[in-house]
Design a binder for this molecule. Structure first.
Ligand SMILES: Cc1cc2nc3c(=O)[nH]c(=O)nc-3n(C[C@H](O)[C@H](O)[C@H](O)COP(=O)(O)OP(=O)(O)OC[C@H]3O[C@@H](n4cnc5c(N)ncnc54)[C@H](O)[C@@H]3O)c2cc1C
Length: 553
């Protein structure tokens, strides 16, 4: 396999020589640096690389070039190398144009010329982008391969587990991919043992549970200590932030998640409004960075591991775990967020994992290349899901009960959806039923105005409807509102049961629940803002409050 390529494009020979020189000085051992003098030449080079089976890691293009502007070169290169990182070189006067082009060209970064000294202004950016690229793409020969039936719930579960845990793998559909059959025959694995995960060292896991996969990949599954200062339950943005601050501020911190790091945000294909990421950031990239940061600072992370109950025992909290184990901690954060509500039309439950998916657009999207899919829901998560699916699917229909998306989706997403030719809105419509033999084949849509029905062919339905808090694992003493969201701080004092539950001679701290030393942050909390930034803010605040609680005990 050849080294992955970094391709630089500029019509100015001096600038091109400078980019080439700087890139080679640092990356030549791991990457091949190529250059092109025009957009057309760069696109032709990209196509040639593709036909040779080489990997393109990054395209760096100047903006002002005769014939084709840099943003167009970058946008068009997506058709050939969708995963390559894209960097625009701009003069100061072009920055506004570069910012405007972020959506169109899917820019990962724009760099102002000149970039001296490269150690400060060029290499940190390129290092970061190449790390992200490497995390997403692994040379096929080296990586994990998962062989299974596309329409099997078990296959979806393992795919989702690997993708959410940021483990790159190659999916081989046993019905479509000739390599799949050859691999199974060579390993003597029958159709009843699928999915099968082929590991780099030549070993195979047949029809594994997510926990077995985690174990096989060398992930720790049990806690290193008997007692912690802070156990964070749930590794979405709130939990990850708490782990970063807890570990950096001297608390022995354990973070755990029933599934994978990232939470709802981890399933987002592009978070556009998180501070400091002008080009947006994918949920998986934000998760990868946050988890690395928490672990570097000393937080321990375990997944998949579910907390099934909590009890207060003097100043300590005792947590029961899904693997039968127990943990003891002085403070605890419930950061268990929300989960999509089940859609209850006939055929939905039977096809879940076999063409019906809750969220999961980023896990399953590529499989639906050239097919027809429906997205149910009108919120931002549905909008992002539709945009992501539209990269692959032939047609994406957004099914909503309301007349329009105006009241439920952010304006920037409505504009993106409007501009995407293969997305169509189906207003005042709901799913009446889903049919198909072992997979989704047809969907019956019903008008909410007159009840008339219409059956259409479709290959998948992605559901992004209302959510419910994940708070049912908490004991009754942790007071909640009528919808199940956890009450904290002063909000608790209005609850009828508060005087019976709270026995401390002080008021609860800001994000403290009705059990002293148990905190709640993020979407699971009553009054949460349901944003990545607010979850991160609350998770960070909890660490100060945990210190305050520990000082009182
Ligand atoms: C598709 C999508 C796109 C979005 N886009 C944006 C956006 O662009 N901008 C924005 O600001 N917001 C966005 N949001 C909202 C944002 O992601 C959420 O507000 C945020 O993730 C909430 O963070 P959290 O940490 O509170 O909870 P969550 O993200 O819900 O994480 C909770 C975690 O807890 C774990 N867990 C649950 N129960 C247990 C248990 N008993 N034991 C162990 N672990 C458990 C879950 O597995 C999960 O990982 C989006 C949401 C979705 C679904």
């Amino acid at each position: 396999m050849n080294k992955p390529v970094l391709l630089a494009v500029d019509d100015d020979p001096q600038v091109l020589a400078a980019v080439r020189r700087d890139l080679r000085s640092r990356y030549r051992n791991s990457y091949t640096v190529l250059s092109a003098e025009s957009g057309a030449e760069a696109l032709a080079t990209a196509k040639e690389l593709k036909s040779r089976g080489d990997a393109l890691a990054m395209l760096i293009s100047d903006q002002r070039m005769p014939g084709m502007l840099g943003v167009e070169v970058l946008a068009r290169s997506r058709e050939v190398y969708p995963l390559a990182r894209r960097v625009l070189l701009t003069a100061y006067s072009d920055i506004e144009a570069a910012v405007r082009a972020i959506n169109e060209a899917h820019l990962d970064h724009y760099l102002s010329k000149p970039w001296n000294p490269p150690e400060e202004r060029l290499f940190p950016v390129i290092d970061d982008l190449l790390d992200a690229w490497q995390a997403e793409s692994l040379p096929e020969a080296k990586g994990l391969r998962l062989v299974g039936h596309q329409w099997a719930t078990r296959s979806h579960a393992i795919k989702d587990f690997l993708a959410s845990n940021l483990v790159p793998y190659r999916w081989l559909d046993v019905e479509r991919d000739p390599d799949a059959r050859a691999l199974l025959d060579a390993a003597g694995i029958g159709a009843d043992a699928l999915p099968a995960l082929f590991i780099e060292d030549g070993s195979v896991l047949a029809n594994p549970e997510p926990r077995q996969v985690a174990e096989r990949l060398g992930r720790p599954l049990s806690a290193a200590f008997d007692v912690y200062d802070l156990v964070v339950v749930g590794a979405g943005p709130a939990g990850l932030a708490a782990a970063v601050y807890g570990a950096s501020e001297g608390l022995r911190t354990l973070l755990l998640d029933r599934h994978a790091p990232g939470g709802q945000a981890g399933s987002s294909s592009r978070i556009e409004n998180y501070l400091g990421f002008p080009a947006g950031v994918s949920g998986s990239e934000l998760t990868r960075r946050a988890l690395a940061q928490a672990q570097r600072l000393g937080a321990e992370f375990l997944a998949p591991l579910e907390v099934t109950g909590v009890s207060a025992d003097g100043g300590y909290k005792r947590l029961t775990l899904s693997d039968g184990g127990e943990l003891v901690t002085r403070t605890m954060l419930a950061a268990t967020g929300m989960v999509y509500r089940e859609y209850t039309a006939p055929g939905v439950a039977e096809h879940t994992g076999a063409g019906v998916y809750y969220g999961a657009a980023t896990t399953e999207g590529p499989v639906f290349s050239g097919r027809r899919v429906l997205v149910v829901g009108g919120g931002n998560s549905a909008g992002q899901g539709a945009m992501y699916l539209a990269r692959y699917a032939k047609e994406v229909d957004i099914v909503v009960r309301r007349e329009s998306l105006r009241e439920t989706m952010s304006q920037y997403l409505i504009e993106q959806v409007d501009k995407t030719p293969n997305i169509r809105l189906r207003p005042r419509t709901e799913i009446a039923s889903i049919e198909g033999e072992g997979r989704v084949e047809r969907v019956t849509l019903r008008s909410v105005d007159d009840g008339s029905c219409r059956t259409e062919e479709a290959d998948a339905v992605f559901i992004f409807i209302g959510t419910r808090p994940r708070s049912d694992w908490l004991p009754a003493e942790v007071l909640r509102d009528a919808k199940g969201f956890v009450l904290t701080g002063r909000d608790l004092m209005a609850a009828e049961a508060f005087p019976r539950t709270w026995k401390e001679p002080r008021e609860p701290l800001l994000l403290e629940t009705s059990v002293p030393g148990v905190f709640a942050a993020g979407d699971v909390r009553a009054g949460a803002m349901n944003r990545v930034a607010s979850a991160v803010g609350e998770g960070s605040m909890v660490v100060r409050l945990a210190h305050a609680y520990l000082a009182l005990t």
